[in-house]
Ligand binder design. Structure first.
Ligand code: ADP
Ligand code: MG
Length: 339
């Protein structure tokens, strides 16, 4: 047993040594799209051209999925007054995926947009809607009010779609595919804090800082390869009323009010960006208990939850991969498969 183990390490070392010389040239591209700051970094000879293609594709996806751009698929669907609209295959697929995720999670809700608007998150002019207004608007919220048949999408009157909680992840998946088709074996996409990575960096796992939801800096480091790592929280887009109560941009569709589940942030690690993105939003709404149950049931993702009191809960699969900063003074718990 011991000899086998030693041999494995030896082989790995040779392997990674080769990998690092191959990928020595670093290229990156920075731009603003999907309402956020985007940076793609890739290694290897073909990286520069591959990144060019990747940026073009990313901008195309933004043009399809923007809620505000009048020429987007989503804008057309949202302004069709109950009529069916033909959209691109990618848009139809992403809407279908969003509807499935809504069913699966009961918290992800792609028709939440009118509520988001009522709270002023779409305009920046924040306000607190009345309970009656929310009740009224909730009648137009629900995935069953959306029909997708092939490339044709129809919303019931008054219903509006918003792919804001899944679009960046889905676009990241497309970029990853383009980079891989162009021979890239090491890359990191930072799409407004959504991280998606190909392979390793110089033969070692990528070391990603997990942001503190309580201010500047990080709470610890995640060592990982080939993954999407997406965090949702209310610490970036929120407003505070005269009593000091804060209201965030992730809405619990069961109430129409900002999620208030006791979590300060939820980070999802999954193989696909769209999964990590959609689930980070859902899990943030679920809170610790429901999220742990959901993880046990699905097992196709891992997560790091930071509670409002600073305690960290991470799932078993990340136990060896996450290291809290030595100065981090709150408890770190592991959510396990059994017990
Ligand atoms: P961010 O885009 O800020 O990184 P998220 O991926 O969590 O964070 O997405 C939040 C956005 O998703 C909100 O700004 C809003 O557009 C939308 N949203 C809010 N609540 C929900 C919900 N329950 N389900 C789906 N989308 C939501
Ligand atoms: Mg999300």
């Amino acid at each position: 047993m011991k000899i086998k183990f030693a041999l494995l390490i030896f082989v790995l070392l040779i392997f990674t040594a080769c990998g690092s010389t191959d990928n020595s040239t670093e290229y990156s591209k920075e731009f603003f799209a999907m309402d956020t700051y985007v940076k793609f970094t890739a290694y290897g000879g073909n990286a520069e051209d591959a990144l060019e293609l990747a940026e073009m594709r990313f901008v195309e996806m933004e043009a399809m999925w923007s809620v505000t751009d009048e020429s987007s698929d989503i804008y057309a669907v949202n302004h069709a007054n109950g009529n069916a609209v033909t959209v691109s295959e990618q848009t139809a697929d992403l809407i279908t995926y969003s509807l499935q995720t809504a069913n699966e999670t009961n918290t992800f809700e792609p028709t939440i947009y009118p509520i988001l608007t009522a709270w002023g998150f779409t305009t920046g002019e924040n306000r607190i809607p009345s309970a009656e207004e929310i009740k009224e608007l909730l009648q137009n919220v629900g995935s069953e009010k959306v029909t997708v048949e092939g490339n044709s999408v129809r919303l019931e009157q008054g219903v509006q779609l918003d792919l804001g909680a899944v679009g960046k992840g889905a676009a990241g998946d497309e970029v990853i595919q383009i980079l891989m088709e162009n021979g890239i074996t090491s890359a990191l996409l930072d799409i407004g804090g959504n991280i998606q990575i190909i392979g390793q960096k110089n033969g070692a796992d990528w070391r990603l800082g997990i942001r503190s939801p309580f201010g500047e800096g990080t709470v610890g480091v995640l060592e990982i390869s080939d993954a999407a790592v997406v965090t949702s929280g209310n610490y970036e887009r929120f407003f505070t009323d005269e009593n000091g109560i804060s209201y965030g941009h992730i809405i619990d569709p069961s109430t129409g009010y900002p999620a208030d589940s006791g979590l300060a942030s939820a980070t999802i690690v999954a193989s696909e960006g769209k999964r990590a993105d959609a689930l980070s939003t859902s899990v943030f709404i679920m809170g610790l208990e429901d999220a742990a149950r959901f993880w046990l049931e699905k097992r196709d993702f891992e997560m790091i939850l930071i509670l409002q009191n600073g305690e960290i809960y991470l799932t078993e699969g990340l136990k060896e991969r996450f290291t809290p900063n030595s100065a981090y003074d709150r408890e770190v718990h592991v959510i396990e498969y059994e017990n």
